[in-house]
Design a binder for this molecule. Structure first.
Ligand code: PMP
Length: 371
């Protein structure tokens, strides 16, 4: 068996995204037969002791990484973060109560639209600007107009498309804070205890697509438990938590992948070290974006994301050429989201610093030729 790596290029995709090479190599080594098991992880029962250990270890490693307090459950679900847009209000937004949403980008907007189908929603702040500008920042704490007694406050910690990010956990007072952390989960230290619920699709910072991580506080689970008889079981957090993510067949390979990534993150030194590395990568790239005026960052500086670095060139033609030449140079996935255009470099946990160096070199060369 060979694990020779042939022609891996730098993958700036916003998700599914680059995975750590040692994780891919381990998957490759173990794909035909898990050591001591003689079967692939793709072939074993989710009820087997082997898979139960894989699941338990993944949970334990995430718990250790994020210092998840004991009054929180970790569950692995399916349906992507998009299903969470519905599950959150179905479980937690009761008639006669209102949920506050902070609107900071296209994904918050989608979460709001789905929640409105379930119950009463108030937009506690929106940073959407008129016209084509869209969203370029997250709000300051002083801009949040929170509903007293709100069922919860929903935020998007990192706006994948717009390249903005809350620089720290927003202060929502005593209200239960719910965070869509799909694009910055486990990318820096996080104070889980300030949240009622955190959810994230795995396919950016955590592992392969197909599994969604939910970290939920026990008092929030009680609100779901009260709905066991009425809410569809698959959409009830308490049912999944009470069955330790084995209510039905979980996405076994994706959970295995998340487990491997969690171990890799621990081996990097945990979230403090990973956060520092992410900051260094992003700082280097923003430095280049800001250097001469040839490139123009789209996000306000105090809202800039460490995960998705978005910038523009003078014309769309130049942007097209930039993406085309970058791709030819082995820098893939730099085209901005179709809704906003421009360039987007996603620098998730597994993205190597050498890839940022390569992009910076390419940007300088492109500017020299086109500037
Ligand atoms: N929220 C955010 C912040 C995202 O970036 C995405 C995916 N790009 C989603 C939600 C939707 O996730 P999924 O495709 O897993 O449903």
């Amino acid at each position: 068996m060979t694990t020779t790596v042939v022609n891996r290029i730098f993958n700036f995709s916003a998700g599914p995204a680059v995975l750590p090479l040692p994780v891919l190599e381990q998957m490759q080594r173990e794909l035909i037969a898990l050591p001591g098991v003689g079967m692939s992880v793709l072939e074993i029962s989710h009820r087997s002791g082997t898979f139960e250990s894989i699941l338990a270890e993944a949970e334990a490693d995430i718990r250790a990484l994020a210092e998840v307090p004991s009054n929180y459950h970790i569950v692995f679900l399916q349906g992507g973060a998009s299903t969470q847009f519905s599950m959150v209000p179905m479980n937690l937004l009761d008639p006669g109560t209102t949920a506050d949403y902070v609107d900071t980008g296209s994904w918050s907007d989608k979460a709001i639209k789905e929640a409105k189908k379930i119950g009463s929603v108030r937009v506690a702040a929106s940073t959407k600007q008129a016209g084509t500008v869209g969203y370029v920042r997250v709000p300051a704490a002083s801009e949040l107009s929170l509903t007293p007694g709100a069922a919860y406050v929903h935020v998007t910690s990192n706006n994948t498309i717009e390249g903005t990010q809350f620089q720290s956990t927003p202060d929502v007072g005593d209200a239960p804070l719910i965070s869509d952390s799909s694009s910055d989960i486990l990318s820096r230290p996080i104070d889980v205890s300030r949240h009622a619920l955190i959810y994230a699709g795995a396919q950016k910072n955590l592992g392969p697509a197909g599994v969604t991580l939910v970290i939920v506080r026990d008092d929030v689970l009680e609100r779901s438990r009260a709905k066991k008889a009425t809410l569809p079981s698959m959409l009830n957090y308490a049912i999944h938590a009470d069955n330790r993510s084995l209510y039905n067949t979980p996405p076994t390979f994706a959970v295995y992948g998340v487990g491997l990534v969690a171990k890799w993150l621990r081996a990097q030194g945990g979230l403090a070290a990973v956060g520092k590395a992410n900051e260094q990568k992003a700082t280097r790239l923003y430095g280049e974006v800001d250097r001469s005026g040839f490139y123009r960052g789209t996000a306000d500086k105090d809202s800039r994301s460490l995960m998705n670095i978005t910038f523009r060139l003078a014309t769309e033609e130049l942007e097209k050429l930039f993406v085309k030449e970058a791709t030819a140079a082995g820098l893939d996935g730099l085209k901005g989201h179709r809704s906003v255009g421009g360039i987007r470099a996603s620098l998730y946990n597994a993205f190597p610093a050498a890839g940022v160096d390569a992009l910076v070199t390419f940007m300088r060369d492109f500017e020299r030729r086109q500037g």
